[in-house]
Design a protein around this ligand. Structure first.
Ligand code: ARG
Length: 768
C-alpha cells in the first residue's frame, strides 16, 4: 500500500514537471525578481548573479549575438572558440565553397589557426549591460501628442541616450521598445568584427533531413558549425588582420558530458528575433486569409525555379544553396503556421481574451476613457489595410525579392546617384576654379580632392557589392525568376497597386512578361558582369536612367517607401491601439507575469526536457539516437544521405566518450523552452551552467507558437552536445578543438535527492 502510494506520488510529481507552463522569453536583468524561485524549483543551481551581472563575469558573457541578431552563438573555450548552428554558418560555408572545394558537401575543418577562414562583415556582439530607460523616454511624451509627434520625441531621446552610452567608448548601443511601446530599454554591446570559420560538418550531417525534416520532430540533424572570435592585439574589436589574436572571453561555457533525462532543467540564453504574442484576432485573421497564403504561393514558385536550375549544375547548386535555404525555411514556416493557427483555434482564443478585455475596460468610466477604444482602433486599422496587404506582399516577395537583379539594381542606382551628383559638383567647381587664385583656389583644390576621393570610394564600393552579387548569380536562373515572379505579381494584384513599369510592359509587350524579360536580359547592363564592368569604365547618368532593370527596381522601391505614407494614419491607429491594449491587459491581470515580445534582445527561457503527445495516438520520445539517423538513410535522396565515415562509426558503435549511459549515441532532444527564430545556435544550459545542447528548431505541432504559445505541444529542438563533439572528434578528427574545451562529468558526484529516492521506491515497487 505504502509503496503504491509512493508510486502514485512519483507519478504526480513527474506529471507536474510536464504540465508546468514554461512560456516566456525573459529579460536576464529581471530574472532575479520574476523567475529565480521558479527556476530553482526546477533545478537551477546557480545564483542570479552567476546568470546576469554587470560587474562580474556571468553566464551572459558567454552568449553572442551573431550579425546583429540573425542567430545566437556561445563561447566554449578560453580562446574564443564559438559554437553556433550549421544553418547559421551556412552563408559563410557557402561563400568559401566552390566546385573544387565544396565545403557544403564535404564539410570544412581548419587543422590549425592559420587555416581558419576570415568572413568580412560577420560580427559577434556581447552584451555589456542593459538599462531601463522607460522613465526617461516616456517623460518626453504626453497624451495630447499625435503619434507622429510622439515618435519624433521618442526618437530624439533615444538618440541622446545612445550617444551618452557610447561616447568615448568602442561600444555600440540601441534602445528598443517593449510591450508595444509601454517600456524602453537600452542595450550596450561590444562588437567584434574578425570572426573566422573553424569547422563545419558536411550538409549530410549539419542539414540532415533537409527541408523534409525542417520544423519537425523527431529530428536527426547535427546542426552546428564552429567559429573563432579574434581581437586586435590589445583585446579590442578590430577588422580582420593577421596580427589579430583569439578573444580572451570573460566567460566560456563548460560542456556537460552526462546528457539529460526527461524532466531535467534546461535554460536557453539567446537573441529571439520576433514574436507576436499580443497579436489580436484581427491580425490573426488578416495573416491567415491574406498574407500567409500569398507568401506561400510566391515562394512555391521561386523554390521550384531555383531547384530546377540547381539540380542541373553543381556551380548553380553552390551559388543558390544559401538563398534557397532561406526562402524554403520560412516558406515551410508559414505553411505550418497557417495550419497551426487553424487547428489550435488561435483566432477563437484571441477573441476570448479580447472579450474579457473589453468587459474589463467598459466596467468603469475612467478605464473606458483610456482603454475602451483600443480594440476598435486595431480593428479599423486592419480593415483599412485588408485590401492592400496582398499587394504589399507581392511587392516585397515577388517584386523586390523576386529575383536578384532588383535589389542589386536599386542599391547600385542609389550609390551611382551620389556618384553623379559628386561628378556634377566637380564639374561646376572646376569651372569656378578657372576664375580663382590664391587662398580661394587652394580651398577649392581641397574640395576637388575630396570630391574625387568620394567618387573613387563609391566606385570601389559598387565594385565590391558587384563581386558579392555576381558570385552567387546565375543569368539563366535569375532571368527565369524575374519573368515568373513579375508575371505572377501582374496577374494577382489590382492595376492601381502595380508598379509603373507594368504599364510599359502592357503597352510594349501586351503584358507578356516573357517577352519583356527577354528584352531586359538582352539590353540591361545590370544582368551580366561584362556589361556591368563596361558601364563602369565610363559611367553615364543617361545610360543608367534608361536601363530597363534600373527603371523596374526604382519603381518597386519607390512603391515600397511610398506605401507607408499612404497608410500613415492607419499605422498610427494600429500602434496606439496595440499600446493601449497591452497596457490594459497588464492592468487587468496585475498578478500575472507578462513577458515582452521577442525583439532581438537577450532573453532567457527556462523549462524542462520533455516528451509530448503530438496527436491522438502519437507520442514522441524526448530524444533521438544514431539508430534513427540510419533508419532515415536514403542514398537516392540528397536530404537523407549518410556519409560513409558516419555509417562506419555506427557499424563499429565507435561512439567513445560521447555515448549515453544507455550505450546509444543521442543525437537530438526536446524541451519545453520558449524560443523563436534568432535563437538558432543558442546554448541549452543545465542547472549547473554547463552546455548540454544547441537549440536549432521548433516542432510542427506548434508552428503557431510565435503568435500563441502552446504549453502542451510547443518544444524546442536541440542537438545533443555529445553528438556535436562526436562529429568533431570521431568523424572529423579535430581533437585539438575538443582539447580546448572544458568537458565535465558529474556521474559520480550526483547527490541523492528526494526525487531519486522517490524513483528508487518506484523501481522497487514495480519490481514486485
Ligand atoms: N527551421 C530552422 C530555423 O529557422 C532552420 C533549420 C535549418 N535546416 C534546414 N533544413 N533548412 O531555425
Amino acid at each position: 500500500m505504502k509503496k503504491i502510494f509512493a508510486f502514485i506520488l512519483a507519478l504526480v510529481f513527474a506529471f507536474n514537471l510536464h504540465a508546468d507552463d514554461h512560456e516566456g522569453m525573459w529579460l536576464p536583468m529581471f530574472v532575479k525578481r520574476l523567475n529565480y524561485a521558479d527556476m530553482q524549483k526546477h533545478g537551477l543551481k546557480l545564483t542570479p548573479e552567476e546568470l546576469y551581472s554587470v560587474n562580474n563575469s556571468s553566464l551572459k558573457d558567454a552568449i553572442v549575438m551573431l550579425d546583429g541578431g540573425s542567430c545566437t552563438a556561445e563561447i566554449i573555450s578560453d580562446q574564443g572558440l564559438m559554437l553556433t548552428n550549421h544553418h547559421c554558418g551556412y552563408g559563410e560555408i557557402q561563400s568559401h565553397s566552390s566546385v573544387e572545394h565544396d565545403y557544403l558537401t564535404d564539410g570544412f575543418w581548419a587543422k590549425n589557426r592559420s587555416e581558419e577562414l576570415a568572413n568580412p562583415g560577420k560580427t559577434a556582439s556581447f552584451l555589456v549591460r542593459m538599462d531601463d530607460v522607460t522613465e526617461r523616454i516616456l517623460g518626453k511624451v504626453n497624451d495630447e501628442m499625435s503619434e507622429d509627434e510622439r515618435n519624433a520625441a521618442i526618437s530624439a531621446e533615444i538618440k541622446t541616450i545612445v550617444g551618452e552610452a557610447t561616447e568615448g567608448t568602442y561600444f555600440n548601443a540601441s534602445v528598443k521598445d517593449f510591450f508595444e511601446g509601454n517600456e524602453y530599454y537600452l542595450f550596450v554591446y561590444e562588437t567584434y568584427r574578425d570572426v573566422r570559420l573553424v569547422g563545419a560538418p558536411p550538409s549530410s550531417v549539419g542539414k540532415y533531413g533537409g527541408d523534409t525534416d525542417n520544423w519537425m520532430w523527431p529530428r536527426h540533424t547535427g546542426d552546428f558549425s564552429i567559429f573563432r572570435v579574434y581581437t586586435g592585439p590589445d583585446g579590442k574589436p578590430a577588422d580582420y588582420s593577421e596580427n589579430n589574436v583569439p578573444l580572451k572571453p570573460k566567460h566560456h561555457l563548460p560542456v556537460a558530458m552526462d546528457g539529460l533525462k526527461n524532466g531535467d532543467f534546461t535554460m536557453i540564453f539567446g537573441y529571439p528575433g520576433s514574436t507576436d504574442r499580443y497579436l489580436t484576432s484581427y491580425g490573426v485573421k488578416q495573416a491567415l486569409d491574406l498574407e500567409q497564403p500569398t507568401i506561400i504561393k510566391i515562394r512555391d514558385l521561386k523554390l521550384k525555379i531555383m531547384k530546377e536550375n540547381m539540380d542541373k549544375s553543381d556551380a548553380v547548386r553552390i551559388q543558390y544553396a544559401s538563398k534557397y535555404a532561406q526562402v524554403a525555411n520560412y516558406w515551410k514556416y508559414y505553411i505550418g503556421q497557417s495550419s497551426g493557427l487553424k487547428r489550435l483555434k488561435v483566432y477563437d482564443k484571441k477573441k476570448a481574451i479580447e472579450n474579457d478585455f473589453q468587459k474589463w475596460a467598459n466596467a468603469n468610466a475612467e478605464r473606458k476613457a483610456k482603454y475602451g477604444d483600443a480594440l476598435n482602433m486595431i480593428e479599423e486599422a486592419y480593415k483599412a489595410t485588408d485590401n492592400t496587404v496582398v499587394g504589399n506582399t507581392y511587392l516585397l516577395e515577388a517584386g523586390l525579392l523576386g529575383s536578384d537583379v532588383v535589389l542589386f539594381s536599386f542599391r547600385f542606382k542609389r550609390n551611382m546617384d551620389a556618384y553623379f551628383k559628386a561628378e556634377s559638383d566637380l564639374e561646376a567647381l572646376e569651372k569656378e576654379m578657372k576664375k580663382q587664385e590664391g587662398d580661394e583656389l587652394k580651398a577649392s583644390e581641397e574640395k576637388k580632392a575630396a570630391l574625387e576621393s568620394r567618387m573613387e570610394k563609391i566606385i570601389a564600393g559598387v565594385k565590391a557589392s558587384a563581386d558579392d552579387h555576381f558570385k552567387n548569380y546565375n543569368y539563366a536562373t535569375d532571368k527565369q525568376l524575374y519573368a515568373a515572379t513579375l508575371n505572377m505579381y501582374y496577374n494577382n494584384v489590382p492595376a492601381d497597386q502595380q508598379p509603373e513599369f507594368f504599364r510599359y510592359v502592357e503597352k510594349k509587350f501586351k503584358g507578356d512578361f516573357d517577352k519583356y524579360t527577354e528584352k531586359v536580359y538582352d539590353k540591361s547592363f545590370m544582368v551580366t558582369r561584362e556589361a556591368f564592368d563596361e558601364f563602369l569604365e565610363d559611367p553615364k547618368q543617361k545610360t543608367m536612367d534608361k536601363d530597363l532593370a534600373i527603371i523596374a527596381a526604382n519603381d518597386l522601391i519607390n512603391m515600397w517607401f511610398g506605401r507607408g505614407s499612404a497608410h500613415a494614419d492607419t499605422d498610427a491607429k494600429l500602434e496606439k491601439g496595440n499600446r493601449l491594449f497591452v497596457a490594459g491587459l497588464r492592468k487587468m491581470n496585475p498578478d500575472k507575469k507578462y513577458y515582452p515580445n521577442a525583439n532581438s534582445t537577450m532573453r532567457v527561457t527556462y523549462g524542462v526536457v520533455g516528451d509530448y503527445q503530438a496527436a491522438d495516438a502519437v507520442s514522441y520520445n524526448y530524444y533521438t539516437t544514431m539508430e534513427g539517423v540510419m533508419q532515415k538513410e536514403d542514398p537516392n535522396n540528397d536530404e537523407f544521405i549518410v556519409p560513409e565515415k558516419l555509417s562506419q562509426l555506427y557499424e563499429a558503435k565507435d561512439y567513445g566518450q560521447y555515448a549515453d549511459e544507455d550505450g546509444t549515441l543521442h543525437v537530438c532532444f526536446i524541451s519545453n523552452n520558449d524560443i523563436t527564430g534568432g535563437n538558432s545556435g543558442s546554448p541549452v544550459i543545465n542547472g549547473r551552467g554547463e552546455l548540454v545542447g544547441l537549440a536549432f528548431d521548433g516542432n510542427w505541432e506548434a508552428m503557431s507558437g510565435d503568435i500563441a504559445f502552446e504549453p502542451e505541444l510547443q518544444r524546442t529542438i536541440s542537438v545533443d552536445i555529445r553528438y556535436v563533439l562526436f562529429i568533431v572528434d570521431k568523424y572529423a578528427g579535430a581533437t585539438h578543438l575538443i582539447d580546448e574545451m572544458d568537458l565535465v562529468w558529474h556521474k559520480d558526484d550526483e547527490p541523492v535527492t528526494e526525487e531519486t529516492e522517490a524513483t528508487e521506491e518506484v523501481e522497487e515497487a514495480s519490481a514486485q
